[in-house]
Design a protein around this ligand. Structure first.
Ligand code: PEP
Length: 252
């Protein structure tokens, strides 16, 4: 009942030529009517062109961030309405790199989530603990705090048109993925937190795992009952690897 979903976060990688090649590879290998929903999230400047290249392919385009503001004197920012205007369907909010490197706090992430939904973009809300927080035994508390900040601003019904990505910070780009059991434990907790507000919404919301997912470990992680797919960084930059991960999400 929850369609598997795999989104590629290209981060600050790529050139026009490399993007075209990557997309060609993905389009070549993707099956028509793929059971897995697929999205790619290129850097802002390439969104327009990538959206054009993927037109009518069934693969969606998402941005990696968005301004919390609607319009105005915010030099360097990109609004949700601009993303919608050029063909985006998704936007990642609260990625740990934005939280850590650009000091985006829970309140700002919640405002970005709201800004996205105001323009009918689907937010992919990233939450997850640092290594220090995990070692202190605070994982579930941290994830609950990050989720609550959003729920307090937008309400649980907003999760009917959102995706949540659990991304343990210690697993991102490090080659150290969470075990399937570790991922399942946190995913079950996230779903339970949502269910405490609304069981129906909890049953429908897609929970992605992110953190060093590769073709070699994707199937084991995605086979967990509360893991509905993945948010993929490094491995989304290679067409064959990304396609294998998308195929592995069909385990449900
Ligand atoms: C990410 O940046 O969201 C991510 C999961 O990265 P990686 O797959 O490279 O760990």
């Amino acid at each position: 009942m929850r369609r598997p979903f795999v989104a590629g976060n290209w981060k600050m990688h790529g050139t026009r030529a490399q993007n075209a090649q990557l997309i060609e590879g993905v389009l070549h290998g993707v099956a028509d009517g793929s059971p897995t929903e697929i999205a790619v999230c290129p850097p802002f400047v390439y969104l327009w062109e990538v959206a054009r290249l993927l037109k009518a392919s069934g693969i969606s385009v998402g941005a990696q961030s968005v301004s919390a503001e609607a319009v105005g004197a915010f030099t360097g920012e990109i609004s949700a309405s601009m993303l919608k205007d050029i063909g985006c369907s998704y936007v990642i909010v609260g990625h740990s790199e934005r939280r850590a490197l650009y000091k985006e706090d829970d309140a700002l992430v919640a405002r970005k989530f709201l800004a996205a939904q105001t323009q009918r973009l689907t937010p992919i809300l990233c939450i997850g603990e640092t290594l220090e927080e995990r070692e202190r035994g605070d994982t579930l508390q941290v994830v609950a705090r990050q989720l609550t900040a959003v729920l307090d601003l937008v309400g649980v019904k907003a999760l009917a048109t959102a995706v949540i990505a659990y991304e343990p910070v210690w697993a991102i780009g490090t080659g150290k993925n969470a075990t399937p059991e570790q991922a399942q434990q946190v995913h079950a907790q996230i779903r339970a937190e949502v269910a405490a507000h609304d069981a129906k919404i909890a049953g429908g919301v897609r929970l992605l795992y992110g953190g060093s997912v590769k073709a070699a470990n994707a199937r084991d992680i995605f086979s967990m009952p509360d893991v509905d797919g993945g948010l993929i960084g490094g491995a989304s930059l290679k067409a064959d690897e990304f396609l294998k991960i998308c195929a592995a999400a069909q385990v449900h």
